[in-house]
Design a protein around this ligand. Structure first.
Ligand code: GTP
Ligand code: MG
Length: 202
């Protein structure tokens, strides 16, 4: 079995509004987080080869709760789709509520093994991205930065954005990787799968 096969046929476990509602905090989880519309749900669908698994949308603010998926034969290995940061068009109170959902998940979930921080490669390192990187450093949580939507840029632009992000995380003492990715063209899938296997101890 190759690294990619591990994530095929992942299953939806459920959608939860808060940390208290989540199922038992055992096993290993990886959370996909980042700004609204960066492509978190699309990356999960690309990885699992199932376009209908996580709900995606052209309009930001699609994922509004904590969505859990497990690997086909291993309920104790899970992928977590979180709401996005920074969607300006929802009310202040909604944004606060989503922020709280994410904060509680990150700070209270014992089975969290690593973060996949997804950025739109055209607009990387926004405040919420910087905050997530600092949180990983502080809590020594391994992280992978996915510079998604690389299909939107030329090879040169892609390389230049990658260098910019590398410079920012250079010297971060916790285990980390940075990959350029496209969930549209399925670029970077093999490397993402390998990294996830490492985080999930597979
Ligand atoms: N061109 C291109 N578009 C992408 C890529 N990944 C995602 N998209 C598009 O970006 C939009 C947002 O994708 P989602 O996966 O819903 O983003 P999200 O981060 O889950 O958004 P929220 O749940 O609202 O926080 C959709 O229209 C996707 O089709 C990519 O690699 N390339
Ligand atoms: Mg989403």
């Amino acid at each position: 079995m190759t690294a990619i096969d591990t994530f095929f046929n992942a299953r939806f476990i459920g959608s939860f509004q808060s940390h208290e509602e989540l199922p038992a905090d055992s096993g290993d989880e990886i959370a996909f987080c980042g700004r609204s519309n960066s492509g978190k749900s699309s990356v999960i669908n690309a990885l699992t080869k199932n376009k209908k698994l996580a709900k995606t949308s052209k309009t930001p603010g699609r994922t509004q709760s904590i969505n859990l998926f497990c690997l086909k034969d291993e309920e104790e290995k899970r992928l977590i789709d979180l709401p996005g940061y920074g969607y300006a068009k929802v009310s202040k109170s909604k944004r606060k509520e989503w922020g709280l959902i994410i904060d509680e998940y990150l700070n209270l979930r014992e089975s969290l093994r690593g973060l996949i921080i997804i950025m739109d490669i055209r607009h990387p390192l926004k405040d919420s991205d910087q905050m997530l990187i600092s949180w990983c450093q502080k809590t020594q949580t391994p992280f992978l930065i996915l510079l998604n939507k690389s299909d939107k840029l030329s090879k040169n632009q892609t390389r230049s954005e990658l260098m910019k992000v590398k410079k920012r995380v250079d010297g971060t003492s916790v285990y980390h990787e940075i990959l350029t990715f496209s969930s549209k063209d399925l670029v970077g899938l093999n490397d993402l799968s390998k990294c996830l296997e490492k985080f999930l101890l597979i």
